[in-house]
Every structure is written in C-alpha cells, then in structure tokens.
Design a protein around this ligand. Sequence first.
Ligand SMILES: C[S@@+](CC[C@H](N)C(=O)[O-])C[C@H]1O[C@@H](n2cnc3c(N)ncnc32)[C@H](O)[C@@H]1O
Length: 278
Amino acid sequence: MSNSQTVVVDKSGHKVRQMFAEIAPKYDLMNHVLSMNVDRWWRWRTVARLAPQSDWQVLDVCTGTGDLALALLKKMKASAKQPRNQSTSIAGSETEQLGKRILSSDEARQQSWSGVQVVASDFCRPMLEIGQKKAERQNVSRLQFVEADSLQLPFPSEQFDLVTVAFGLRNVSDTLGGLQEMARVTRTGGRVGVLEFTMPRVWPLSSLYRFYFLRVLPRIGQWFAKNRSEAYSYLPESVGQFPQYEQLSALMNEAGLNDVKFYPMTLGLATLYVGTKA
Ligand SMILES: C[S@@+](CC[C@H](N)C(=O)[O-])C[C@H]1O[C@@H](n2cnc3c(N)ncnc32)[C@H](O)[C@@H]1O
C-alpha cells in the first residue's frame, strides 16, 4: 500500500498510549461498527484454531479492552476438566485478590501466577479499565489484567503455553522486539498467535478494500470518535506499513518461532499467524 505520499507512522510509546487512551471509551463500539461485527468472528476463529486447553496458562498482550483474552478464557473453561492450577495450594488471600484489580508491572513481577489461567496485558490503562469492568460484568475468574509494555513483559521466561496478540503488534514500535518478548515468555513447544489486519491480495476486492480502508474508514472513525489524534487515519497507515503474510512469518522465525503458518480470514482482511517456540 505504500506510495510516494506515505507518511511514516509515529509509533512512539507515549503517542500510541495517548491515542488509545483517547479512543478507549468508544473503542469496542467502533471496532464492531467499522468491521461490521466481523472482528468478533475473527477472534472466534482465532480461538477455535488455537484451541487453548483448560490446563494451559495463556498470555494476551496488547489486550486493549480484553476481548481476545475473554474469548480465550471462555474456550478454556468450556474445555475444562480440571484446570492445572485449581488443585495447587495457593495462599487464600492471593487467590481471592486475583483479577480484582489491574496489576502494575512491578506487582506482576512479584506474582506467582498460580491460579491464573489468562493474563491480559497492555500499556494503556484506560483500555484495561474497560476490560476489567467487562470481566467483572461477566463475572469471570482466573483472568488477570496487567499494565505492561509488550517490549518489556514483566513475566518469567517460558511461563506461558500460548501467547497471543490481536491487532496490537502493528502498534508496537519494534515489531521484532515485540515478537521476541512474546517468544521469550512462551514455553518451549508452546505457541504464539498473531492476529492482524492484512490487505487482501485478490482483485477486485483488493482495490475496493483499499478504497474503503484508506478513504472511507478514517472519515467514519473520526466522525464517530471525534478524536483529535486521528487514530483512524493511523489505522490504514499503520496497516499499510506493517509486514504481511510471508514477511511477518519471516520475522516470527527470526524471533525464535518455528513452523510458522498463516491463515487468511475473510478473503485476507485479517490473518492469523501461528508459530511454535523452538
Ligand atoms: C488496536 S488495539 C487492540 C486491542 C485488542 N487486542 C483487540 O483485539 O481489540 C491495540 C492495543 O495495543 C496496545 N499497545 C500498543 N503498543 C503497546 C506496547 N508497546 N505495549 C503494550 N500495549 C501496547 C494499545 O494500548 C492498544 O490497547
């Protein structure tokens, strides 16, 4: 999608964090409106393909308002026999406090993670606060939100069976660094799943979508969100400049993930990439 008018997208942490803080209250609604609810289907397909088991520990980074984390947890509970940590003896007060509030990175470093099935991290607190309220409304347990930068995750190496990111890696200033952090905290043999927008490669959808994505979507987005930081111009610009398909798979390889496969969805509007920690 790059052309001579391409603006290099500013992905510095403070800029991205501020932009998402501004759109946080309307983020979920905008997602569903602009994608015509297809985003729900993409997350559903992602969870179905990754098939998290009830005895896994899962991390969802750049979780935003937590939709993928909640969907993963739901699937894990549905496949539940006996969660691995359910029988682990944990200090009562620690178990009771789990998931009740968002943890800082420093608090997360002290945490044992026993009893937690899904950890959902993001560096934008207003997004996490909406996720936390959603989780409370759904009365879920064993989900813990953590305020953390994906480039410096406050978790031990080899902690998680599955590490995911949905529509978030594109916003991280160092794509390879973000993938390396995800790979670091994944156990050997565990998997990393990346769900991200892609540009369809099939004509005429490729041209039609380019028009919608570049010309129509930013206008609808700005009108709805009345957002000064132009988050919805940022969206097509950041997608256009982000590695897709084979290029992102190669980066995942470079980050230490093997056997990387990608699965385009809805004719390539979004793609799930899956790799295994070598
Ligand atoms: C487009 S939203 C995606 C949210 C969610 N995963 C979803 O599927 O709707 C991108 C999120 O990535 C977060 N993010 C971007 N860069 C980050 C970083 N370096 N560390 C942590 N979170 C980051 C933003 O705060 C934002 O919540």
